[in-house]
Write a protein that binds this ligand. Structure first.
Ligand code: FAD
Length: 394
């Protein structure tokens, strides 16, 4: 029998191909060299120094828009993309957020719904990490219910679009070169359109949101649109309505299903090693049954979460993944990852609250992950509707 591996307690690696393992190793290597030694400091300072250099390195590795085909993208499988997300988030949810927003939100929106010209202009630069993208859907007064958004786009007599409004909680906005912004184009809520907005356009600003106690190694901003004038061809031509942004969110949520398990793995590894070294009452705390129960439950939930992620990844690669199934993954894996981090926190005792260990950083990060890309409550309602046929959103 193969040896028992605490970091792969159910032996799920056996289900991965050599190519998949190679992708995982290359991302793990970059994280270990370039981010792991510094990320606690970035978190403490609330910034990613040299975010442009880091984004270029991620681009060189091929992880930006890695599951998209053409336009300089790596064209890898959904499963490979998921494995990359797990490694990135084992380092920090902020790093995974950077990659998710770039690839699954901003690039995917242009790749799926953009014109040939928009794709040629932006995707190769974004895949290489030469241009950073952001995705503006949420507003100060519209979060879970984006259909009521107030940001407006109107067309003048010459065909130019003029955008006015505010977006809130937008990852990467203060450092972005391009923003995909969703706006209402009439009084009919069905007329939401997406716009490709170079952030250098007059009237566009993106002040940073400070004082976050979660995802501190990630830049978050508002977007203020004050009479932003864009050419007629700035609109994403291939989609109208909420289907546009929701299709992108579905992509990013899929990455979170994997990513959350990365945060869990890191916290679990930290707790397991700490429990073996820390002695109280004359023996390692790992020898106490109560600690073993915690570790056993963490291992079980971690294995189940990775198995679910892999199953959903295989379905996605087969073109059979439904949005409700992504909701199952996001709901379960973020919830369980958070529980694993909280339990790990108790095993580390007082050290559990220190940035000297990764545990509380992951735990705090996951509070954001629980809320963004559809809150736990929203995914519960999605499943509630799928199960009963009765929408309970309003
Ligand atoms: P609300 O929608 O106001 O919800 C508040 C609470 O009420 C939640 O618990 C919610 O589940 C609950 N609730 C709401 N409606 C119902 C209902 N019908 N039934 C039961 N409960 C309900 N957005 C972007 O567009 N782009 C980004 O890049 C981005 N990055 C983010 C980064 C961070 C760090 C964070 C924290 C958020 C980010 N967001 C981004 C915003 C995120 O998507 C929203 O916060 C999320 O959609 C929830 O919206 P809200 O915060 O306004 O909460």
């Amino acid at each position: 029998l193969p040896a028992f591996d605490p970091m792969d307690p159910a032996g799920i690696d056996d289900l991965l191909s050599a190519d998949e393992l190679a992708v995982r190793d290359s991302v793990r290597h970059l994280c270990a060299e370039r981010v792991d030694p510094y990320v606690a400091d970035w978190f403490e300072r609330g910034e990613i120094p040299d975010i442009r250099g880091l984004t270029k390195e991620l681009g060189a590795l091929g992880v930006l828009g890695m599951h998209l085909e053409g336009y300089g993208c790596a064209g890898m499988s959904a499963t490979e993309y998921g494995l990359a997300c797990l490694e990135l988030e084992a380092t920090d949810s902020g790093l995974r957020s950077l990659v998710s927003v770039q690839g699954s939100l901003a690039m995917f929106a242009i790749w799926r719904w953009g014109s040939e010209d928009q794709k040629q202009t932006w995707l190769p630069r974004m895949a290489a990490g030469d241009a950073i993208g952001c995705f503006g859907l949420t507003e100060p007064d519209q979060g879970s219910d984006p259909g009521g958004m107030r940001t407006r786009a109107r067309q003048d007599a010459g065909g130019d679009w003029i955008l006015d409004g505010r977006k809130m909680w937008i990852t990467n906005a203060p450092v972005a070169d391009v923003a995909v912004v969703w706006a209402q184009t009439s009084d009919n809520p069905a007329d939401i359109r997406g716009f490709v907005v170079p952030t250098s356009t007059s009237g566009f600003s993106a002040p940073e949101i400070k004082h976050k106690l979660s995802l501190r190694a990630s830049v978050t901003g508002e977007i203020v649109l004050d009479g932003v004038r864009l050419p007629a061809d700035a609109v994403l031509p291939e989609v109208t309505g909420l289907k546009g942004p929701l299709s992108c969110l579905n992509e990013a949520r899929y990455g979170i299903v994997w990513g959350a398990m990365g945060a869990a793995r890191s916290a679990f590894a930290s707790a397991l090693s700490y429990a073996g070294e820390r002695e109280q009452f004359g023996r390692p705390i790992s020898g106490f049954q109560l600690t073993q129960e915690k570790l056993a439950n963490m291992a079980v939930e971690y294995a189940k979460g990775v198995m679910l992620a892999l199953h959903l990844g295989r379905r996605k690669d087969a073109g059979r993944l439904r949005p409700e199934q992504v909701s199952i993954g996001k709901l379960n894996n973020v919830r369980e990852a958070l529980e694993i981090c909280r339990t790990a926190r108790t095993i580390l005792g007082a050290n559990g609250i220190s940035l000297e260990y990764p545990v509380i950083r992951h735990m705090n990060n996951l509070e954001s992950v629980l809320t963004y890309e559809g809150t736990t409550e929203m995914h519960t309602l999605v499943l509630g509707q799928a199960l009963t046929g009765q929408p309970a959103f309003r």
